[in-house]
Design a protein around this ligand. Structure first.
Ligand SMILES: [Zn+2]
Length: 75
């Protein structure tokens, strides 16, 4: 009888520990996923004023443009 009771208590404690670990772990996961998507740097087209992400913009010297047409027009 004593051993069965001890076993049940052990399982309950183990389950509670597992649940607590999961509860304390989940906020850090959501924090990490937020850090994985930093805001993109936006630049303005010198010809039409359109804002485009820096990795999609075309640059000429120190100026940025939304498309090759506007880059050629600016010269
Ligand atoms: Zn433009």
């Amino acid at each position: 009888m004593g051993i069965v009771r001890l076993l049940i208590i052990g399982v309950v404690v183990w389950l509670a520990f597992k649940l607590l670990k999961r509860l304390t772990k989940s906020p850090s996961i959501s924090k990490n996923s937020m850090q994985n998507s930093p805001p993109k740097k936006m630049v303005q087209c010198q010809q039409c004023g359109l804002h485009v992400p820096i990795d999609e913009a075309l640059s000429k010297e120190s100026d940025y443009f939304c498309c090759s047409e506007h880059r050629d027009e600016a010269s």
